[in-house]
Design a protein around this ligand. Structure first.
Ligand SMILES: [Zn+2]
Length: 257
């Protein structure tokens, strides 16, 4: 299982010399596929340079798995080359909501007065799909999604192929309103998709302790770093390898050490 992180900045894109070490693009991970399709986790501004890296290669199919609709996870989609290609089979997956469908929730962001082109006129004519309860197949991988704690409907994803597994839980407050030290571990938000995974991508950085959460709340939810850490420690204690991706705030400059 191989994946490329094209964006891990929280809240607002902030590229520049001050943020060059971890990059300034917001959430976007590209998962390697075995064919001429693209599998992408979140559509923050990192999806724009990913599209540019294709260097003219035209994918047959694109699946974008969106964790939630906070701006920093969707704002790059409008500037992703294949989104404007009428020949691409373009699918956008995202969390369900009780009142409106995924297209109804996303389309206003892609329409006047926020954007000059209406979603219905986007050449790729994307299909909008709310994630199912059960695992499903995209190309050669199996995907599962589970609702996680974060303001507004939000999901974490697990991707598996014959080589390994990856879990992606970028914005997530598993301990919000819960004492994680006392509850049954099976009830920890996100553990359903993160259990026994080979590669876990989540918000948090033990060394810098700069983050509060990966997304728009930027610390308003309390000491989330410790909460993310808890989940990582739990997995680490069980021998699960973790990749700690730092979701830094826009004004968090390059660390000095
Ligand atoms: Zn968020």
């Amino acid at each position: 299982m191989r994946a490329t992180i094209w964006g891990c900045r929280g809240t607002l894109a902030s590229p520049g010399p001050e943020t060059v070490r971890y990059g300034g693009q917001t959430s976007c991970i590209a998962v390697d596929t075995a064919d001429d399709s693209l599998l992408i986790l979140d559509a923050g501004t990192g999806i724009r340079p990913f599209g540019m890296s294709l260097d003219g290669r035209r994918p047959k199919r694109v699946d974008v798995l969106i964790t939630h609709l906070h701006t920093d996870h969707i704002e790059g989609l409008r500037f992703f080359g294949p989104f404007w290609d009428p020949e691409v089979d373009f699918r956008i997956w995202g969390p369900p909501a009780p009142t409106k469908g995924l297209e109804q929730r996303l389309a206003p962001f892609f329409s006047p007065p926020y954007f000059p082109v209406h979603m219905r006129n986007v050449p790729s004519r994307p299909e909008f799909l709310e994630v199912p309860d059960e695992p499903w197949t995209i190309g050669s991988v199996t995907v599962s999604a589970a609702l996680v704690k974060h303001p507004g409907p939000a999901v974490g994803y697990r991707i598996e192929n014959g080589d390994g597994s990856l879990a992606y839980l970028p914005d997530h407050e598993p301990g919000l309103g819960t004492d994680l030290t006392t509850i049954d571990k099976r009830w920890i938000s996100g553990l359903g998709v993160a259990h026994d995974v080979d590669l876990l991508i989540r918000a948090g950085d033990a060394d810098a302790a700069l983050i509060a959460c990966g997304g728009a709340m930027g610390g308003l939810l309390g000491p989330a770093n410790g909460l993310f850490q808890f989940l990582g420690d739990e997995l680490g204690a069980r021998g699960i390898a973790t990749l700690r991706v730092s979701y830094r705030r826009p004004n968090d400059a390059n660390p000095t050490q």
